[in-house]
Each structure stands twice: as structure tokens, then as C-alpha cells.
Design a protein around this ligand. Structure first.
Ligand code: CS2
Length: 478
């Protein structure tokens, strides 16, 4: 039986935002807040969603006029809502000129980003743009046909500067520490490699507010699309399924104060986002990565499966108490013990099928801010880090590409090849750990050289090889 396709009922809103990265998270988060803002205030905040890589989002959204369904998975069952804030979808590799035209239009006030950690083309250990990154080399040589986010941002800003158009605000919504300053840094590094005067103009005029974003949103599966049809009677391959919880904390620092009233959806505009960001990155994303590597190795498919094992729930609690919360400043209005208790409830949501494999992706880009930052702060305060070292060791085991049953692991990571090249064929566990700790895109050399850290990782890695992840987790929480 064929079902009708979801379709747009009202005209699309005029564009005010260009958003790079139209994946599941954007659809469950930015576009929902923007729909809330326009529902309350009106305003020309339609979104031009731009994919920097695959045409999938466009192919799913175009036939339905950009609208799609966001399904909230609460305790009372799924609640679908049609979201219509996306007015247009472009695929950058097919037509970079069209993307630049949208980014240079005077009506575009904000360019927001959910491009994941690796989209910034930076060195995760230093936060600086990698001028040797293939996409960056390409974009410096072909400024009018960029591929990377920094390449698009700088070319569009240059065109606005030359046309005398006010710049847009660059709004990073990725899980990176100080994501605003980080975006600013890579944009300025790229601009400086092109033209010092352009870099100075960007530094003086462009705002890069930092944000903390949070809503657990697994990748949509074919089963999700079928479930939605069963629920609503229509077919919507662009749908997203997410948890009810959402939190957005935004530095209120926009060019000409032009921004949607995202507070209509509960966003908080603040002066300084850093304490919120540290709390979320370390408490949520840190334990997510812990559950991803250790849970995957122990044979668990999803986060909720993993934390249904009491030892893994206790792992989160012990990590928070002993090794994470001591490194988290107090954000105004947050109750940290209540925050972490609520995280465990969110992880337990059985309707959210968030795969450990999905979260394990791109670990080289995630470990520095999620795990290694807290490690360094603990060591500086003479606190041991047995749990965080176990997570690092599990990541090392995972990127080795073979699971505990001897089966291959589909490791997705921009550094996967490099990590294998430096560690494959090194049989001695201590030598393997040393080879991986020497990868300076992940590990700050000073941290790698700290015997308190390297010794703990070596011990954990040996135990993981000998006893397996489940036993190591039980030992840690015992
Ligand atoms: C996850 C995040 O995939 C991952 O690395 O840790 O996507 C996480 O689900 C979100 O940050 C939640 O807000």
C-alpha cells in the first residue's frame, strides 16, 4: 500500500537564516526552536538548509516542500509535530554558487552550523585550523567554489564586505568547547591565509556567539519512517525522532541584535555560556562516549541497553561523582547532582534507540573536550583518573577495529587510517598504548607524557584485553 507524502500547507517563510548541516539534530533542534519563534513572533526567519556533502536531506525534504515531522518520544508515547521552518534545501557540492548567493543576501542575518566536530577542519588538540586539511587546501586555491564550512563562511563574508552589506552572525551549534570562539578562530585562520585585511575586518565586525545545545536525537532509521506512517498515515522520509528534553543556552551577541525569539521555545540568552557548555560536554557527552566505547565492546547496541546493566549505570554515576563533576564549574540556576540524575533517566528512555556505534564515531574529534580536558584538570589537582583512563583505553581498543568476539568493527573516524597505521602490528599492549598516545592531534604531548595518565591508560588497556569491557566496568564500580 502506498501512502500520501507529507506536504506543505502554508507558504514557506522568507529566508533569514542559512544553516549548514541539515541532519537529524538540526531538524530536531534548531528548526523546531525557529518554528516556535515564528509561531509566537512571526518574522522572516525561514531557513535555507545547506548540506555540505550528501544530497539526502534535499532529496527527502524537497518533495514535501521542506516540511517534515519531529516526533517526541515521551513517557506517554510518540507525539508527532510537523515543522515548517525550513524554506529551502541546497546541496553545496552541486551548486556552491547558489549557497554563496544565499549567504550574501542582505536578508540573511545568521549562518548557523551543525557540521559536527570534524566540519571545523581544526586540530582537536589545539583548536587551530589545519591548513594542511585537503578541503582547506582546496578552498584556498578555489575561493569561489568552496567545500568546507570555513571556506564558505570566509568567501561569503568577503563578498558582503565588498558589497558593503553588514555581516551575518556565525552561530556554532556543535558540541565543542567555546564553539563560538573556536568557529571564530578557524574562520580567522582561513581568512588570514587569504588576505590580512579581510581577516581584520572579520575580527572587527563579525559576531560568533557561543552556544550550548542539547537534545538526544539518534539517526533516523527505515523502521522510524514506517512507524511514523503507522502513526500518521503519511510517508515522511525526512522525519526525526527525539527525546522530549531540550536545552539551548546562547550568548546574546548577534550582529545588530538580529535574531529570532528562540526563547519562545525555551532557549536561554545569557552573557556567558561557558559553564553550561562545560557541564553539558563533560557530564552528558563525556559519559555518552564512555557508554559508547565500553558498551559497544561489551556487546550492547544502544545507550538504553547499556545503562540497563546496573554496572554501566553505576559507571556513569561514579564518573560524574569522582572524575567529572570536580572539573565542572557551577552554571547559574543549575543543580548539578539533579542534572546528572536526570541524564541517567534520559539515557534509560527505552524508546530512544541511540546506537553505541553512532556515538563512537569520530572519537578522535570528541575525546579531547569530553574526556581529556577533565583528565588534565584532575591530574593538575592530584586526583587520580582510573575511570576516564578506562574510557581512553576502550577508545584505543575500539579504534583497533576488532571487537571482543574477534569480529571487525566499522570504525568511522577521520583519523581511522592514521590510528591503524601507527598501532597495527604493534602487539605489545604497552607499546600500542604508547603509539596511540603519541598521536598529537588527539593527545596534548604534555598530557601523554604524564605518568599518572599514561600509566592508568596502560593498566586499563591491558585489563581490557585480558578481561573484557564488562569485567573492567564492574571492577571500576566495585
Ligand atoms: C552524542 C551527541 O553522538 C554523540 O557524540 O554524544 O550527539 C549527544 O546525543 C547530543 O550532544 C545530545 O545533546
Amino acid at each position: 500500500m502506498t501512502h500520501p507524502r507529507l506536504s506543505r500547507k502554508d507558504p514557506a517563510a522568507p529566508l533569514g537564516i542559512v544553516h549548514l548541516g541539515p541532519g537529524a539534530f538540526f531538524r530536531a533542534f534548531n528548526a523546531v526552536y525557529t518554528a516556535d519563534a515564528m509561531a509566537r513572533d512571526g518574522g522572516d526567519w525561514g531557513i535555507c538548509a545547506v548540506s555540505l556533502r550528501s544530497p539526502d536531506a534535499r532529496d527527502q525534504l524537497d518533495p514535501q516542500g521542506g516540511v517534515y515531522t519531529a516526533v517526541s518520544l515521551g513517557p506517554d508515547g510518540p507525539v508527532p509535530r510537523v515543522i515548517s521552518s525550513v524554506s529551502e534545501v541546497l546541496v553545496a557540492p552541486e551548486d556552491p554558487a547558489a549557497v554563496l548567493a544565499r549567504m550574501t543576501a542582505p536578508a540573511t542575518k545568521i549562518v548557523s552550523l551543525t557540521i559536527t566536530e570534524k566540519g571545523y577542519c581544526h586540530n582537536p588538540a589545539t583548536g587551530r585550523l589545519r591548513l594542511d586539511h585537503p578541503d582547506i587546501l582546496h578552498d584556498l586555491a578555489n575561493p569561489a567554489h568552496p567545500r568546507s564550512a570555513p571556506g564558505f563562511l570566509v568567501e561569503a563574508l568577503d563578498r558582503r564586505r565588498q558589497a558593503g552589506t553588514a555581516p551575518f552572525t556565525v552561530l556554532s551549534c556543535d558540541n565543542l568547547p567555546s564553539n563560538g570562539p573556536l568557529a571564530r578562530g578557524v574562520v580567522l585562520d582561513f581568512a588570514r591565509a587569504r588576505d590580512a585585511a579581510l581577516a581584520d575586518w572579520i575580527a572587527d565586525t563579525v559576531r560568533f556567539p557561543a552556544t550550548m545545545v542539547d537534545r538526544i536525537t539518534p539517526a533516523t532509521t527505515p523502521e522510524d519512517i514506517e512507524r511514523l506512517t503507522a502513526l500518521t498515515g503519511y510517508h515522511d522520509p525526512a522525519c526525526v525522532w527525539h527525546e522530549p528534553f531540550r536545552q539551548w543556552v546562547i550568548e546574546d551577541d548577534f550582529t545588530d541584535t538580529a535574531r529570532p525569539g528562540w526563547d519562545a521555545g525555551g532557549a536561554h540568552f545569557v552573557r556567558d555560556v561557558s559553564a553550561f557548555e562545560t557541564m553539558k560536554l563533560r557530564c552528558l557527552n563525556g559519559t555518552h562516549s564512555a557508554l559508547a566505547y565500553l558498551g559497544y565492546l561489551a556487546g550492547y547496541e544502544t545507550v538504553s541497553d547499556t545503562v540497563s546493566d546496573p554496572a554501566f549505570a553505576a559507571l556513569c554515576q561514579k564518573l560524574w561523582r569522582d572524575e567529572i563533576l570536580p572539573t565542572v564549574p557551577q552554571p547559574e540556576g543549575e543543580d548539578l547532582p539533579a542534572y546528572t540524575a536526570a541524564l541517567l533517566t534520559r539515557y534509560r528512555n527505552p524508546s530512544i534507540r541511540h546506537r553505541t556505534w553512532q556515538i563512537a564515531m569520530d572519537g578522535s574529534q570528541k575525546l579531547p573536550q569530553r574526556i581529556l580536558g577533565p583528565v588534565a584538570e584532575n591530574l593538575a589537582a592530584d586526583r587520580p583518573v582510573p575511570g576516564l583512563a578506562l574510557v581512553v583505553a576502550a577508545w584505543m581498543r575500539y579504534v583497533g577495529g576488532v571487537d571482543e568476539a574477534g569480529q571487525p568493527i566499522d570504525v568511522r573516524d577521520p583519523l581511522a587510517g592514521h590510528l591503524r597505521a601507527v598501532s597495527d602490528g604493534v602487539d605489545d599492549p604497552a607499546a600500542k598504548v604508547a603509539a596511540l598516545l603519541a598521536v598529537d592531534q588527539v593527545f596534548d604531548p604534555a598530557l601523554a607524557a604524564d605518568p599518572g595518565f599514561s600509566g592508568a591508560v596502560r593498566l586499563a588497556y591491558e585489563r581490557l584485553c585480558d578481561n573484557g569491557a564488562a569485567a573492567c566496568v564492574r571492577d571500576y564500580v566495585a
